[in-house]
Design a binder for this molecule. Structure first.
Ligand code: URP
Ligand code: ZN
Ligand code: ZN
Length: 472
C-alpha cells in the first residue's frame, strides 16, 4: 500500500486551520502530526513512498458537491456531461465526491429509475459518487420503495413544486412523501417554486410576444419561490419531516428558512455560486439569445434587489448550510437553442461543477466568509447533511484520503477554452480567480497534479450513505 506524506501545509477543517503534516496510508488518512513530530519515527519521510510539499498552501478536504445532474433528461435533451466527463471536471476543480439525482420518470418504478442511474455511473466516474432519488409519482408502490432505498444508502428524496406535468407533485403527494420520510429517517429535498402559478405567467408572457430568455426569470418571481418555500416548510411541519431546500436564490425564500430555523425546526437550505455572482439583468438579460446560457430554475435574481447580500449573510449565519452547484450543463448549440423564439423551451440548467471551490474561495478573499467556513460549506457540512461523514468531508485519521492542495497565491481565469466540462460556453467566462487547485487526491490516488489529469474512469466508487447527521 502506498504511503504518502503531505507536509508543511496549512490544514483547514471546519473547526480551524493550522500547520499539520498529513500521513496517507493506502486510501485513508492515517495520521495528522505537528510539523517536526517524531511520534511516528525520527525520519518519517524516509519511510514513505512519496512526499508532497504543501508549503505556503492550504490542505483542505476534497469538495463534496451534493447537487449534480449528469445526463439529466430535460426539455427533449440530456445534460451534456456524462458521469465520465462531469466527474473528471469535478476532480479538476477539487471536488472528490458528488451526489447526483437519479430520476423516477412519471409512470416508472423508482427501482427502475435508480437502476438506470447506477448503470450510467458504473465504471465511468473519476470521483466517488452517491445518489439522491427524484420522486415524481407518489403512490403506495413508490412510498414503499422509499424505505428500501434508505436501507440501500439512498437516504434523500427530491420533490418538485415546479414543472407541472413533468416532475411536479401536488401538496397532497408531497405531504405523503414527507410523512414517509418522517418514518424512515430520510431527508426531503424540495425544489420550491409555485409551478402552477408560474405556468400561468409563462403562458401570458408568450401571448404578449415576450419570448427572450430574460422572461424565464420574469415569469418566476422571487415571491413565488418565497411562497413555495414557506408552504414546503409548513407541510414538513405537519408531517414531522426534515426539509432541505435546494438551489435557494431569493431573499424571500431565505426569510422563510430563517423564520423556521429560528423556531428550531429541522429546515436546511443550500445555495449555488450562480446565485451569489450572476444576476437577472446582466446575465439572463444579455443581448440576443446569449441569456439562454443562464436559464436555470430557480432563476437568477435582480441586481436591483438585495438577494446577493442576503445569501452571503445566510452563508455566514448558517441559515444557508451548504453550497452545491446544481451542475446541469447544456450546450448553446442544439440544446439551449431549442428555446430560440420561446424561452420556455430552453433547457434549464447551468454547469459549474469545476468552479465551485474556486468561486467560493473568492468569498474568502472578499471577506464574505472565513477560510474555515469555506471548507464547512463546500465539504464538511454537505458530507454530514447527507450521511457521508466522517468518511468524507474531513481530513482526520480513518477518513478517506480525499484532499486538495490549494494554492492561495495562484491567479487563474475561468474560460470555456480551459475548462473541462462538456459545454460550449461557460456561465463564469472571464471570472478572475485568486487561488487555484494544485493537487487533488481521491482515496490516496493523485487525480490532478502539475496541471495534468492522472485519474481514470472507474476509479470513483459508489458510496452508500447513512442518514443526515443533523437530525436528533
Ligand atoms: O435549472 C435547473 N436547476 N436544472 C436542473 C433541475 C433542477 O431543478 O434542479
Ligand atoms: Zn430543482
Ligand atoms: Zn438540480
Amino acid at each position: 500500500m502506498t504511503r504518502t506524506l503531505v507536509k508543511s501545509g496549512t490544514v483547514v477543517s471546519s473547526t480551524g486551520a493550522g500547520p499539520l503534516d498529513v500521513l496517507v496510508d493506502g486510501g485513508q488518512i492515517a495520521a495528522l502530526m505537528s510539523p517536526g513530530s517524531t511520534a511516528l519515527g525520527a525520519d518519517l519521510e524516509a519511510g514513505v513512498d512519496r512526499v508532497i510539499d504543501a508549503a505556503g498552501k492550504y490542505v483542505v478536504p476534497g469538495g463534496v458537491d451534493v447537487h449534480t445532474h449528469m445526463e439529466l433528461p430535460f426539455g427533449g435533451t440530456f445534460a451534456s456531461d456524462t458521469f465520465e466527463t462531469g466527474t473528471r471536471a469535478a476532480a479538476w476543480g477539487g471536488t472528490t465526491t458528488i451526489v447526483d439525482f437519479a430520476v423516477q420518470s412519471k409512470g416508472e418504478r423508482i427501482e427502475d429509475g435508480l437502476a438506470a442511474w447506477f448503470a450510467k455511473a458504473d465504471g465511468s466516474c473519476a470521483v466517488d459518487y452517491g445518489f439522491h432519488m427524484i420522486v415524481t409519482d407518489v403512490d403506495d408502490q413508490s412510498l414503499a420503495a422509499m424505505d428500501a432505498l434508505v436501507a440501500d444508502g439512498i437516504t434523500s428524496f427530491k420533490l418538485f413544486m415546479a414543472y407541472p406535468g413533468v416532475l411536479y407533485s401536488d401538496d397532497g403527494q408531497i405531504l405523503r412523501a414527507m410523512q414517509r420520510a418522517a418514518g424512515n429517517g430520510a431527508m426531503v429535498m424540495m425544489h420550491a417554486e409555485n409551478g402552477i402559478a408560474i405556468e400561468v405567467l409563462i403562458e401570458q408572457a408568450l401571448e404578449r410576444g415576450e419570448t427572450d430568455p430574460i422572461h424565464h426569470g420574469l415569469t418566476r418571481p422571487a415571491v413565488l419561490e418565497g411562497e413555495a418555500t414557506n408552504r414546503a416548510i409548513r407541510l414538513a411541519e405537519v408531517a414531522g419531516a426534515p426539509l432541505y431546500i435546494v438551489h435557494l436564490s431569493a431573499s424571500e425564500a431565505l426569510d422563510a428558512v430563517v423564520a423556521a430555523r429560528d423556531t428550531g425546526a429541522n429546515v436546511f437550505a443550500e445555495t449555488c455560486p450562480q446565485y451569489l455572482y450572476l444576476n437577472l439583468e446582466d446575465h439572463l438579460g444579455a443581448p440576443g439569445f446569449e441569456g439562454a446560457a443562464y436559464v436555470c430554475s430557480t432563476p437568477l435574481r435582480s441586481k436591483h434587489e438585495h438577494h446577493h447580500q442576503d445569501l452571503w449573510r445566510g452563508l455566514r449565519t448558517n441559515d444557508l448550510s451548504v453550497v452545491a452547484t446544481d451542475h446541469c450543463p447544456f450546450c448553446m448549440k442544439e440544446q439551449k437553442e431549442l428555446g430560440l423564439g420561446d424561452f420556455s423551451k430552453i433547457p434549464n440548467g447551468i454547469g459549474g461543477i469545476e468552479h465551485r471551490m474556486d468561486l467560493m474561495y473568492q468569498g474568502v478573499v472578499a471577506r464574505e466568509i472565513s477560510l474555515v467556513r469555506w471548507v464547512e460549506l463546500c465539504a464538511t457540512t454537505p458530507a454530514r447533511m447527507f450521511g457521508l461523514f466522517p468518511q468524507k468531508g474531513v481530513i482526520a485519521p480513518g477518513a478517506d484520503a480525499d484532499l486538495v492542495v490549494y494554492d492561495p497565491n495562484r491567479r487563474t481565469r475561468i474560460s470555456v477554452e480551459t475548462h473541462h466540462m462538456n459545454m460550449d460556453h461557460s456561465a463564469f467566462e472571464a471570472f478572475g480567480i485568486d487561488g487555484g487547485v494544485d493537487l487533488v487526491m481521491s482515496r490516496g490516488r493523485v487525480l490532478i497534479e502539475g496541471g495534468e489529469y492522472l485519474g481514470a474512469p472507474g476509479h470513483g466508487r459508489y458510496v452508500r450513505r447513512g442518514l443526515s447527521q443533523y437530525l436528533l
